[in-house]
Design a protein around this ligand. Structure first.
Ligand code: GRF
Length: 199
């Protein structure tokens, strides 16, 4: 079965593009498809990117409204599109326990640091400011906490000689774009194996 993914973004969407590409002709081919790209921010660059690539897009604005309203609308879109797995890719909004309980075990996120030592936003700034010689990218399940879910995969980023924040980000993103589709593949195959056992 081909898993139907919803990719949630708030901005640029480079991980979304990498996942989309890999569904079409990469490691996720035959395993997953991007059914919809959703953004909580009007005008997010990644939405235009997805639209151009022929994927359904939807903006569900989060700003200026109660969290519950936003998540009720988000959930109804996801359910109506029969989404199997929710893929957070630069989605800058913490999801409530209510949302997490609806999709428990089926929400994943990519974090630009080692979640054991650094959680929250600005992982590359943290690595750069602390002059780390290397950092980690983490793909993890999403639970009720911020970057506290079960780790699904990690990859190191060599930062030796990286003199600017831009260079740190460039090296990190190159690793992210390779790691996320690979880890998703293993994760999805695990989910479908469970499905087979249960049926
Ligand atoms: C990435 O660095 C990701 O790890 C973090 O937010 C950034 C999103 O970048 N969660 P993009 O929108 O995928 O280009």
């Amino acid at each position: 079965m081909v898993a139907r993914l919803a990719v949630l973004i708030s901005g640029r969407g480079s991980n979304m593009a990498a996942i989309l590409e890999s569904c079409r002709s990469g490691v996720l081919e035959g395993t997953a498809e991007v059914a919809i790209v959703l953004s909580n921010i009007e005008g997010a660059a990644g939405i235009e990117l997805a639209r151009t690539a022929g994927v359904e897009t939807r903006v569900v604005v989060s700003k200026g409204r109660p969290r519950e309203d936003f998540e009720v609308e988000l959930t109804s879109v996801l359910v109506s599109r029969r989404i199997d797995v929710v893929v957070l890719a630069g989605f800058m909004r913490v999801l409530t326990p209510t949302f997490v309980s609806v999709f428990r075990g089926r929400i994943v996120n990519i974090h630009p640091a080692d979640t054991r030592v650094y959680q929250g936003a600005h992982g590359y700034e943290w690595a750069f400011e602390n002059r780390l010689g290397s950092t980690w990218i983490t793909v993890h399940e999403v639970d009720e906490g911020v970057d506290t879910g079960r780790v699904l995969g990690r990859a190191a980023v060599d930062l030796s000689g990286a003199a600017t924040l831009e260079e740190v980000k460039r090296r990190g993103l190159a690793v992210e774009h390779r790691l996320y589709p690979e880890v998703l593949r293993t994760f999805l195959l695990g989910l479908s194996a469970v499905g087979v056992e249960e049926s």
